[in-house]
Design a protein around this ligand. Structure first.
Ligand code: PNW
Length: 440
């Protein structure tokens, strides 16, 4: 049997736009995802988050499900446009009240609330003013963080600033696969910097909080030992992992990545003192891991998310894939955790997302096998001394899977989108057992 320390935190995660619905209620303003979804051709099947899993109205039922699972913590995100519909100015009390009630309900059920302040729903007025490529957005984010922190700090201890700034910057502004759907490589690099700056400013604006950031990191390997393939792997590791880890944890941008980016944009947007702000002390690093990457020299799809590295090709590792097309390799997770422990020692780690999309409804053997393998990979890393403190499954519920709409289901709990009926899948029962036993 594989057991974890008694204090190991078992949780599940969601995000506001993916589950809440109620997009026009209680003063919520439009976010970039509302506008993106309303643009024909952007999201499969024309799906939107208008109703989603209707969690805004059904959160008591959803918390009851969490309690049944025995969750120690619930990771959710706060919708900025519910708090500041214009992205700036006075808070709407109704928005704050929703999260306050959610927090109380969680605590009443013995579940720690783990809010993330930004999981991609930027108020549209801020995008109209230029979005993340503009420095002002980082300042607005810190203001918003301070407002939410003030409202909930009496009950919330652990705060996450951003979810996956890589996606916001490069899917949002380089490939255009995510909102706001822009295809401007230079803007995406500025966006990455201002997201990081927003993180640092927000961390400072939340005194006495335990603060972290969640990054989507992966284990990158080269297809062969040729110089060209090794360089491809260095570049992808640079853009996916080090471009975010190094500023936050080492107060510097990686030199090799800056050289790769030089032809796209200079560093005029980086001001003196920014790196010091970005490296504000944090208490934990959230790691989202789904799949490893095998890369080599070759032609990338255009436009590429890896700006400045357009001659890198993603290779097929020959492993089984989930329904979204991502290769399954739990070994990539233990490799990643060991690497983080080696290169960025001393920062406590949490897996803030890990999970799999499969088409099966409630008998989801594929998801159980995926989760089992990845929890084992966590145990392996812990056994080798990695300071991994918790694991959050993605996701509690089936939900709006961004540009794939509702077609891809990641939930431990099935959602019937006609009736909004929730049905725990086999994976939910499996996870409840793991939590009850404290391991596998
Ligand atoms: C993450 N990619 O998204 C998010 O944090 C979740 O909101 C999401 O539902 C989950 O993973 C599953 O997709 C990603 O294309 C979306 O590289 C796309 C990518 C990575 C992460």
């Amino acid at each position: 049997m594989t057991t974890f320390e008694p204090g190991f935190l078992w949780g599940a995660a969601t995000s506001s736009y993916q589950i809440e619905g109620a997009v026009a209620e209680d003063g919520r303003g439009p976010s970039i995802w509302d506008i993106f979804c309303a643009t024909p051709g952007k999201v499969d099947n024309g799906d939107t988050g208008d109703v989603a899993a209707d969690h805004y109205h059904r959160y008591p039922e959803d918390v009851a499900i969490m309690r049944e699972l025995g969750l120690g913590a619930y990771r959710f995100s706060v919708a900025w446009p519910r708090i500041q519909p214009l992205g700036t100015g006075k808070a709407d009390q109704r928005g704050l009240d929703f999260y306050s009630k959610l927090v109380d309900t969680l605590l009443d059920n013995g579940i720690q609330p783990w809010p993330t302040l930004y999981h991609w729903d930027l108020p549209q007025p801020l995008e109209d003013a230029g979005g993340w490529p503009e420095r002002d957005t980082a300042l607005r984010f810190a203001e918003y963080a301070q407002i939410v922190h003030e409202a909930l700090a009496d009950r919330v201890t652990h705060w996450t600033t951003l979810n996956e700034p890589w996606c916001s910057a490069f899917l949002g502004y380089a490939t255009g696969r995510h909102a706001p759907g822009r295809q401007d490589p230079a803007a995406s690099i500025r966006a990455a910097h201002h997201l990081l700056l927003g993180h640092g400013l927000a961390a400072r604006a939340m005194p006495d909080a335990r603060v972290g950031i969640t990054l989507n990191l992966t284990h990158v390997t080269a297809g062969s030992a040729t110089e060209a393939d090794l360089d491809a792997a260095r570049r992808i590791d640079g853009m996916q992992n080090r471009l975010f880890l190094d500023p936050v944890l080492l107060a510097e941008y990686p030199d090799d990545v800056l050289r790769d980016l030089e032809p796209i944009t200079g560093l005029d947007h980086v001001q003196d003192g920014d790196l010091k702000t970005i490296a504000a002390p944090i208490d934990f690093l959230g790691v989202n891991y789904y799949s490893p990457m095998l890369v080599g020299h070759g032609a990338s799809p255009s436009p590429s998310a890896y700006v400045g590295s357009e001659h890198v090709r993603h290779l097929d590792g020959g492993r089984p894939r989930t329904s979204i097309g991502w290769e399954i390799d739990a070994g990539g997770l233990s490799d990643l955790l060991l690497r983080l422990d080696r290169d960025y020692p001393a920062i406590p780690l949490y897996i803030t997302e890990n999970g799999a999309a499969f088409d099966d409804e409630t008998h989801d053997a594929g998801r159980v096998a995926y989760l089992d393998g990845h929890v084992r990979a966590c145990a392996e890393a812990v056994a080798k001394g990695v300071a991994l403190k918790g694991y959050f499954a993605w996701s509690l519920l089936d939900n709006f899977e961004w540009s794939f709409g509702y077609a891809q289901r990641f939930g431990l709990v099935h959602v019937d989108y006609d009736t909004q009926r929730r049905t725990p899948k086999d994976s939910a029962r499996w996870y409840a057992d793991v939590i009850a036993r404290g391991g596998l």
